[in-house]
Structures are given as C-alpha cells and as structure tokens.
Design a protein around this ligand. Sequence first.
Ligand code: UD1
Ligand code: CA
Length: 462
Amino acid sequence: MNIVILAAGQGKRMRSALPKVLHPLAGKPMLAHVLATARALAAKKAVPARIVVVIGHGAEAVRAAFAAETDVQFVLQEPQLGTGHAVQQAAPRLDDAEPTLVLYGDVPLLRAGTLERLLATAGDARHEGVGLLTVRLTDPCGYGRIVRDWHGNVLKIVEERDASADERAIDEVNTGILVAPTARLKRWLAGLSADNAQREYYLTDVIAQAVAEGLHVAAVAAEDADEVLGVNSQAQLAQLERVAQRRIAERLMQDGVRLADPARLDVRGELTVGADVFIDVGNVFEGRVALADGVRIGPNNVIRDCSIGAGTEVLGFCYLERAAIGANARIGPFARTRPDVKLGDDVHIGNFVEVKNSTFGRGSKANHLAYVGDATVGSRVNIGAGTVVANYDGANKHHTVIEDDVHTGSNSVLVAPITVGAGATVGAGSTVSRQVPAGKLTVARARQTTIEGWKRPTKKSG
Ligand code: UD1
Ligand code: CA
C-alpha cells in the first residue's frame, strides 16, 4: 500500500517558527501520530506500507525530526501549489500495483480502524476503488463540500470558496483523507488545473475525474468527528490535546486504573500500568513511565522516564526523572530525583530531598532536607535531615560510598570522594572529608565550650 502524508503547508495561523506538523500532541509531534496510524493500518492489513511524506515549509526540521525512521521517504514540494500538487510530487515514489491512501500531517487523531473501514468500503482489492472519508458537521464552514446526485452517489467535491450558496448548505464535508487506484490517480493529478478561487491544484478535483471515468466513489462517514479534526491554530491544537488525553484516560480506566479525575491527567508519552493503580489529580507523565501493581500516585507530580515498583506510593508534588524505584517505597512529598537514580524496595525519600545519579539499597531512608549525588548507598541507611553529599569540587564530580546501616546525623556534610563504613554513625553537624571507619561514631565539628563569667555587652549611655 502507498501512503502519502501531506505536511508541506505553512500553518500560518499557528504563529510559530516550528513547522506545524512538529507541534507536539500528547508529547509527540503531530506527524508522529499520523505515522503511527499509517503503520498500524499496514500491520492490521498485513501489507507492507510505502510511506511518503510531502514536506515544504520547515522541510529540514521535519526531515531531521524523523531522520531515524527508515521506513519513511520524504519528498519536497517547493513551492506549495495546493494539495493536488503536493500528492503529485510524491507520484514517482508510488507503486502502481497498490492503491494510494492520502493522509494529512495535521489530522493526528485519526484511528487506524476508521481507515481500515474506508479501504474495505472502497474495495481496494481490485485497486480500482475510490474512497473518501467524510464527516457531517453542524458548522461545515471552511471545508470542501461533498456534492451527491439524486441517488446519493458522490459527484464531486467543491471547495468552500468555489461553492454556490446551495452547495455551501451541504453539511457533509471532505476530511481530505482518500484512497484511489494509483495509476489513475497519477493521470488525474497530471490533468488538474488551478482554475479556481485559490489558484491552487486541488486534490479534491480528482473525485470528479473518477466519476467521469465511471468509477464509483465510496464515501465513508467518520463516526467520531473528533477523529478528523485538523489543527490550524493553537486553539485547535489545545482542543485536540484534550481529546487525545481523554482517549488515554479512558484506555487507562479500561485497564483498571482509578483516576481521581480523568480530565486532570496528562500523559505525554507512554504510560504502562499494572493492576489497582491509583492516580490522583494534576499528574504529568512524560516519556516512558511504568507503574507496577498497586502503585499510588498522589496529586501534582511530574514523572518522566521512570519505573515504579509494586505497592510504592509517590506522595504529592514530586519531580521524578529517570528513576527506577523498587517495591513498597515511599517518595515525597516534595522529592526530586534527577537522572539515573535507582532506589531499592522499601526506600523512603522524603520532603525536600534531592537525589541524583545514585543508588539506594533496600530499606534506606532520606526523610528530610538532604542532597545525595553520585553516591552508592547501602541498605538500611538513614540519611539524617540536612545531610549533604558534597560531590562537586568546583571542577569535577566525585563518588561517595555509604555502606549498609550507616546513620548520618543532621546537617552532616560528606565531602566526596569518601567511603562511610558499614554501621558507622556520623555525628550531627560533622563535615567529614576522610574515610569514616565502620561501626564507630565519627564526629568532625568544633567542641562545644562554655565561657565562664562572660557578660553580654550593654549599650553605652551618654
Ligand atoms: C483541504 C481540502 C478540503 C477539506 C480540508 C479538510 C483541498 C483542495 N481541500 O482544504 O476539501 O475539507 O482540507 O481539512 O484539498 N498541503 C501541502 N501542500 C500544499 C497545500 C497543502 O502539503 O501545497 C498540506 C497541508 O500541510 C495540510 C493539508 O495539505 O496538511 C491540507 O492543506 P490545507 O491548506 O489545510 O487544506 P484546506 O484548505 O483546509
Ligand atoms: Ca488551503
């Protein structure tokens, strides 16, 4: 199957330097959604897909954003003379033996199942079927209208600006998505003229040509108007984002997740869940996040590229990045992990604690006000309030090892590189910069003294 994705338009109304199809929806560029749909369709039909993306405005940025995707061919449309002209640029890449499906890079919510229905109705097996995805809108303004004869057969598409008053009254509109036999499509495209209100080569004009050649045009109505919404402005992008998020929330609830409010969840990437997961309001999940069975996520966290083990609770207001967290741990409130943190089972990371590039063994705790960076922390360690691992000497970062069962007192500073031996206790307020022996109390602070006979100064009079 040939799949052409139109993505050359400027998207002027987005008022942005970013090419329109690179604007993110649910954390991925719009074009990535369309590509995923194209691939899902090919997989459903078990046919290889030849995917051609027509680029123009911001072509280099679009190409660069998808450089790793080797199943996609790009063709440049320069200048942009309309949707028909755009498909024509892709023509040399299309296999005549297979039908061609045209998709839009700025219509990202379309489902593969809907396209499957379109192809089935058009009868692509004979490669001569023409199919058009349409939708009925209460306000059809701005769209091409589907003109039918008395029997209901599709005759042509007329663009809003070329339509008569009667035609404008038609509420069935062109979504832009169509399928056509490739050899004929190429011929029709070559015969297009720009003799219309916009002086453009309209893809939509191929429909009248198909009818003139005696082909039947199947019009399939999208059941869900949301699916065929295009993005032309920031307002529409925001509207589609909500639709996309609603879909994600529904899928999660089908998987058994309890959401405090499906309207107050943002998944910008891939969220996988076990059984009996609860997610409170205001959470943002980015990248790949996996929540195991029984995980509870409190309100207002940002969680990016993390895996969270069974029974672990993330209390509110945490910012977690690239952390692998074990089972039955307790994180937050107000905890921060920076990339590459590994926390064992039963670990507690509490209020105002920052952890970076460190591992914590089973049952270790940093409950309040601490910074742990570039450290290997053993099991059952207790990092006292105000403990700072000083990992940075101003030029280089150094590693710290804190062995099993260590307790660090409040306000202690561990100057890296250093090893705190198993079972050691570091006295409160200590700054330790040499090895701390195992099993002993080490104190490194000025001794407390009391000055006898000392008098507070008094104000001089006069
Ligand atoms: C088009 C259809 C209209 C349909 C509407 C649905 C035509 C002539 N009209 O109108 O019937 O109701 O979509 O949204 O096809 N593009 C290019 N190169 C170009 C022009 C456009 O790649 O030279 C791409 C755009 O990036 C976009 C898509 O084609 O992804 C549609 O272009 P747009 O200008 O938005 O089409 P409409 O005028 O809305
Ligand atoms: Ca246009």
